[in-house]
Design a binder for this molecule. Structure first.
Ligand SMILES: Nc1ncnc2c1ncn2[C@@H]1O[C@H](COP(=O)(O)OP(=O)(O)OP(=O)(O)O)[C@@H](O)[C@H]1O
Ligand SMILES: [Mg+2]
Length: 293
């Protein structure tokens, strides 16, 4: 058995039932609210009884650690270079949310040797056992590593705002995805979240635009998860380095995010079939990284 298939078997043997649900949060244009949504959805899913960890693959300025007001001491590469174990590199945030910093690790994943990959995947299998949900904050733009995380995650939240460039960039992202040989629309669930809307129907309108183009030209059907209104409390919370759902529990943005989280967990039955787990997602990610080098 070659290395890849023996690892794959290991991942499968780890048991589908205990695999984490993996959700990649992405967008075409940057700055549309991916990190805020990742953090606040994690908080609300935790409030609904789920064990949630956020993997930060985003090197933007307002990243997860800033938003949660925590300072991680380790990152992904410590698993490989510093003999750390998965539990040791996870920083604990509010509501028991775990946080893993990708550090520069994400770009290095393509150059790992076989033993390092084996070590990494063995630790990732632990993550599947420890958590119910893994949220990957992919960072901005249609870069290779963002696209690869989108490719390999069974579930994707595509964040858009009413800005025209956000909508066209979301469409571009889908187009790039569609062109990839390994993209299988049947296997993937892409859910659109409209953020910063200012009128009631605006969220669905935005979704309608993207979905029409996407189903006509890309043969990819999207789902509409819902919307979050433009809300001053959301930007105040960022300045205060607190998740809006805890800093402003009664504001409009919080109400909307609670609904999104509940809807995501409502889907659990259907999503279950797609639960490949985070170890498998990372194994696929490394495969794509190596191939695109
Ligand atoms: N619903 C909202 N209402 C008001 N402001 C919002 C809302 N959502 C996000 N913002 C604002 O948008 C800014 C960008 O949000 P965030 O950092 O989450 O975006 P991002 O997509 O992760 O950005 P990047 O692409 O740089 O990683 C935040 O600083 C916040 O002030
Ligand atoms: Mg971000």
């Amino acid at each position: 058995m070659d290395q890849a298939s023996s690892l794959r078997q290991k991942v499968q043997e780890s048991g589908e039932a205990s695999n984490a649900r993996v959700i990649a949060v992405t967008s075409g244009k940057g700055g549309v609210g991916k990190t805020s949504l990742s953090v606040n959805l994690a908080m609300e899913m935790a409030a609904l009884g789920k064990k949630v960890v956020i993997f930060d693959a985003d090197f933007g300025l307002a990243n997860v650690e800033v938003m949660l007001g925590i300072r991680p001491t380790h990152n992904l590469l410590d698993l490989i270079h510093n003999n750390k174990t998965m539990p040791e590199i996870i920083t604990k945030g509010p509501m028991g949310i775990g946080f893993i910093s990708g550090g520069s690790g994400v770009s290095e994943l393509a150059s790992l040797d076989k033993n390092s990959i084996k070590l990494l995947i063995t630790e990732m299998v632990k993550l599947d056992k420890m958590y119910d949900v893994v949220i990957i904050d992919t960072g901005a733009g249609i870069t290779d590593s963002v696209m690869e995380f989108v490719m390999v995650s069974p579930e994707v939240l595509l964040v858009v705002t009413p800005e025209p460039t956000s909508i066209t960039d979301a469409y571009s992202l889908l187009k790039v995805l569609r062109r990839k040989d390994d993209f299988n629309p049947l296997y993937k669930s892409i859910k659109v979240v409209s953020n910063r809307i200012t009128e009631d129907d605006e969220g669905e309108e935005i979704f309608g635009k993207i979905n029409t183009v996407s189903s006509k030209f890309l043969n990819t059907k999207l789902e509409y998860l819902g919307s979050v209104p433009q809300d001053k409390s959301a930007s105040l919370a960022i300045i205060e380095q607190k998740p809006v759902v805890s800093a402003y529990p009664n504001c409009q943005a919080t109400k909307a995010i609670k609904e999104l989280a509940a809807k995501l967990l409502d889907n659990e039955q259907e999503e279950y079939k797609k639960k490949d787990g985070i170890a498998k997602v990372f194994l696929d990610f490394i495969k794509f990284r190596k191939r695109s080098r």
